[in-house]
Design a protein around this ligand. Structure first.
Ligand SMILES: *Cc1c(COP(=O)(O)O)cnc(C)c1O
Length: 366
């Protein structure tokens, strides 16, 4: 069986280093808000090229904290409109609603899967204050154009970089450093994954940095003094130290993902399959490699019969989820179509070239 993603195999590579970190944290007796977090925040900010990194409990909270901080800072007010792609993981939308802001759904480009710049322009209203582009599947959204539109319309831009650790534009500027602020997730399946939940915010904004730092810790920067009404969303010492270990391998891991993706791009030759449009290899962290097929469900079953696991990201769009049923009448034809046709192929830092060749052969025989 070729697994879709072998998170065990990804992590056992670091077993010895993880054990060392466990002992260090255990000996330190400090499990939350200690030196391992400080160290990781420094390393990840440096990696992204930003002035600041703030660890959080998960990716959803990272997004929510940024939006709530902008409200505290007076840059947003409750009810303001936030442009979000219709085709994304539901967390993007939930963060907006949790911050008491209003999501406005924008359709996506059918080839890059990222937020459609044309539809984005149409959805700007006098109430619009923020754009949240998602670097879906690891490919950067059209940040130059999006930042230009934001500047013209005086909007904030917050990257949802949960799938794009290490993706960078052609000048080498990384995801996390391409807008006013960015949110990352360290959920185990992400390109940089913890052994549990984790997340981070990156930014170059001094004020935002200090406000999210307080907000993640009960609105407090000094024990038992609460300046703001905050949350409890901290990245713990164990996860922070495991992430420091894995960060050192992130570029190598992403490089391997890219090599596998290039094999898929060259090798897949089947009229029934549409391969994704890759703007620029460096732009892409290849979190997932997603093809389209009109007979997607038959293809998925066929691959499974041939010992190949695949996953659908995502079978139901956020606006069609029961939890978000007030948005069910949104008109997002590309998003709806993609949910019926996309299929994510196996890709990971531990997947072999041989396995990828076997997947390609099976797809071409379908
Ligand atoms: C994973 C993910 C999130 C949320 O991350 P969690 O750590 O699971 O809260 C947000 N947005 C996108 C696009 C994601 O893929």
């Amino acid at each position: 069986m070729i697994k879709f993603l072998d998170v065990r195999a990804i992590n056992v590579r670091f077993e010895e280093a993880f054990n060392g970190k466990l002992k260090q944290v255990l000996d330190s007796g400090s499990f939350i808000m200690g030196s391992a977090l400080e160290q990781f925040e420094k390393e990840y900010a440096q990696y992204c090229g930003t002035s600041y990194c703030v660890g959080t409990g998960n990716g959803l909270d990272a997004l929510t904290l940024i939006l709530k901080a902008y409200i505290k800072m007076g840059k947003l007010k409750e009810g303001d409109e936030v442009l979000v792609p219709g085709f994304t993981f539901v967390a993007t939308i939930m963060s907006v609603i949790q911050a008491n802001l209003k999501p406005v759904f924008v359709d996506v480009n059918p080839y890059t899967y990222n937020i459609s710049v044309d539809d984005l322009k149409k959805k700007i209203s006098p109430e619009t204050r923020v754009i949240i582009p998602v670097h879906l599947y690891g490919q950067l959204a059209a940040m130059n154009t999006i930042n230009q539109i934001a500047k013209t319309n005086n909007l904030l831009v917050v990257e949802d970089a949960a799938q794009a650790h290490g993706a960078h534009d052609r000048y080498g500027i990384k995801a996390g450093n391409l807008a006013d602020a960015a949110a990352f997730s360290f959920y185990p399946a992400k390109n940089l994954g913890a052994l549990g939940d984790g997340g981070a915010i990156t930014t170059n904004d001094d004020h935002l940095n200090s406000v999210v730092r307080e907000l993640r810790n009960y609105g407090s920067s000094e024990k038992y003094r609460n300046n703001l009404f905050g949350m409890n969303s901290r990245l713990d010492e164990l996860q922070a130290s495991f992430l420091s270990v894995k960060l050192a391998e992130l570029d190598n891991d992403n490089h391997h993902r890219s090599e596998l993706a290039q094999r898929y791009l060259k090798g897949i030759k089947n009229d029934k399959i549409t391969i994704p449009l890759i703007n620029n290899l460096g732009d892409h962290a290849f979190h997932t490699f997603v093809i389209q097929c009109e007979q997607r469900d038959q293809l998925q079953q066929y691959l499974l019969n041939n010992g190949i696991q695949t996953v659908i990201h995502y079978p139901i769009p956020p606006h069609k989820q029961r939890a978000l049923k007030v948005y069910r009448n949104e008109h997002l034809p590309v998003t709806d179509k993609l949910c019926d046709t996309v299929l994510s192929l196996p890709i990971s830092p531990v997947l072999s070239y041989e396995d990828v060749e076997n997947v390609i052969t099976a797809i071409n025989n379908f």
